[in-house]
Ligand binder design. Structure first.
Ligand code: HEM
Length: 318
């Protein structure tokens, strides 16, 4: 398999590999039942680049970007001749103590910028264009929290792949030529119980995450009794090859409503890698030894999308 195949073709990915931003909006919608709604959606998303340019050009230093993800039901409704090889719905994972729920979503708009107002305005324009063709399921505004910490207080994103590793682990290559330059993306919205988390000692928290809290250094080894979050999410196949994903998690919250959360978003070349991570976290590895981050973080959504290359997205125009 030629891992860099997408790089030598004219295929242009969406902004999957945009750097971590200071602001983001995660917008998930379903498409209204009428056939006309699906056609209208195809028209709008195939021309999303025009909207991004309209807002983004007003401040180029804002680095506005937007990735459009399409769920498996919506893909079927768009009646395309071919389907991305690994596209399927998010299947619920019911573990011994916690469940990764599966929730509806036909489209994901992952909007990123250095300015919250740019994210806001792009979301406003997208929804205006889509009109009553869609129903908003979830809208989450994420923000960077100090040195990229989550609301549990740990630096989040450190072990993301970089350079070629980032492209190789997030973008489909020659293995699925029609969809090369595309990416599978899984989103989950987690709500934290910060009061309960705060009752743990720093050492207990560090053992759960697998890194030190203040200076973000990886722990040499997990405590004997249980694997850490870091270890449960290190995926190695039968040949000893490690498989990565690209994460762009963001904190969100409304202190007045007692809401504190992490919006998990993972891009992958191979969907099974994220599925395996979720199985390890929720079922446990070995079975029963689930990720203790889940005792303090409840997944309230879970949806899978396919983020096609710009070429495939533009070709959706009816
Ligand atoms: C409550 C939600 C979550 C929080 C607060 C969280 C937080 C963190 C933190 C603090 C780290 C260590 C620093 C880093 O490398 O980024 C980490 C690592 C990681 N997390 Fe999560 N995470 C969450 C959910 C998930 C989920 C659902 C997945 C996968 C399905 C995942 C996959 C990973 C991976 C792959 C790593 C890197 C492991 C390594 O190679 O060291 N995380 N996470």
């Amino acid at each position: 398999m030629d891992d860099q195949s997408w790089a030598r073709t004219p295929i242009e990915p969406q902004s999957v590999n945009a750097p971590l931003s200071t602001a983001a909006i995660f917008l998930v919608v379903t498409i209204a039942p009428a056939e006309a709604a699906a056609l209208h959606v195809r028209e709008v998303i195939s021309d999303i680049g025009g909207l991004v340019r309209a807002v983004g050009f007003r401040d180029l230093k804002g680095h506005l970007s937007c990735n459009v993800g399409i769920g498996s039901d919506a893909w079927a409704r768009f009646a395309q001749k071919e389907t991305p090889a690994q596209l399927r719905p998010f299947f619920e994972i019911a573990g011994p103590a916690h469940t990764a729920v599966s929730t509806p979503g036909d489209l994901l708009f992952h909007i990123r910028a250095e300015r919250q107002d740019m994210c806001f305005d792009l979301e406003r324009l997208i929804l205006e264009k889509l009109g009553d063709s869609v129903i908003v399921v979830d809208e989450t505004q994420g923000f960077r929290y100090f040195d990229s910490r989550d609301l549990l207080g740990f630096v989040d994103g450190t072990e993301n792949p970089t350079g070629h590793g980032m492209l190789d682990s997030s973008l489909i290559g020659d293995e699925d030529p029609t969809f090369s330059g595309g990416s599978y993306v899984v989103v989950q919205k987690y709500l934290h119980d910060l009061a309960a988390w705060g009752t743990l000692t720093i050492e207990q928290q560090q053992a759960i995450i697998g890194r030190t809290k203040a200076d973000n250094v990886e722990l040499d080894q997990d405590p004997a009794e249980r694997k850490s979050h870091k270890s449960l999410n290190t995926i190695t196949d039968a040949n000893g090859v490690e498989h990565d994903i690209l994460r762009d998690n963001m904190p969100f919250g409304r202190p007045g409503a007692g809401e504190f959360g992490t919006y998990f978003i993972g891009y992958a070349r191979e969907l099974w890698v994220i599925t395996q991570m979720l199985r390890n976290m929720f079922m446990g590895d070995p079975f029963g030894d689930y990720d203790r981050i889940l005792d303090f973080s409840r997944a309230v959504t879970g949806t899978t999308f396919f983020v096609p290359s710009n070429d495939v997205l533009e070709a959706l125009a009816p």
